[in-house]
Design a protein around this ligand. Sequence first.
Ligand SMILES: [Zn+2]
Ligand SMILES: [Zn+2]
Length: 289
Amino acid sequence: MYKVLLFYKFVDIKYPEREQKTQIRLCQSLNLKGRTIIAREGINATVAGREEDIERYKKEMWDNPLFSDIEFKESASENLPFKKLSVKVRDEIITLKYKKLKLSKKAKYIEPEELYEIIDKSGEDYYIIDMRNNYETDIGKFKASIPINTDNFRDLPKKIKDIKNLKNKKLITVCTGGIRCEKASALLIQNGFKNVYQLHGGIIKYGQKYPDKGFEGKCYVFDGRISIDINSKDRKKIISKCHHCGNLEDTYINCANVECNKQIICCSKCIEEHKHCCSDECVKIKVKA
Ligand SMILES: [Zn+2]
Ligand SMILES: [Zn+2]
């Protein structure tokens, strides 16, 4: 069994390139793989490795004054869900490209315990706004939540007009591990939304505390696992459909036509019938290649 760590922190990093080198050295020494983004605004990462190596990584991070209060979200994986280690320096740790964003205006946190208490009232007393992309909310989301339906997080500024009728309502924003809500909630508040909260620790933290309560389907993750279970096996419910036949299915595949590579939900029967492709055109191209 391997462990996967998901974490972020908004903190001033004066020399991102220096921190990049430190991270590469640390991860290599512990045989960790994953994806880390460092910017002047902080760090955002998913790293995976053997349990004892992950524990040492956490300790090393907590020993660093910059990261001493970092909150790690952990999950298990049968295989190492990354092939390599990537540590990059970017302009933002989660790309929104909204120049005037004031992160100091971000929403207050709502804890999983508080959401659990009121989860049955979503869509009445308050609204859960899911800030993840459509391919993520397709396979799993909170009951009665409103997906913001972006293809990419960068599209969010264009999408908030779709919920402008909720400007005076109580909103709770949610995402996988919380980082997108930090920016999304600030964006909403800056655009006149009056009563916004963000779920602390995201769906991952909530699901670990309260499986089988409020979340339906699977939680999409950005590593080799593609998705993880939030609910226990006997309470599983599939909410998405096969791209080809429409039967209930929650397995993602990438179209075998490498130029297309489109991610589709596909059942095992259709994987064979459509030769691992999204369309007849792609089957033809794949056969030629
Ligand atoms: Zn099918
Ligand atoms: Zn295709």
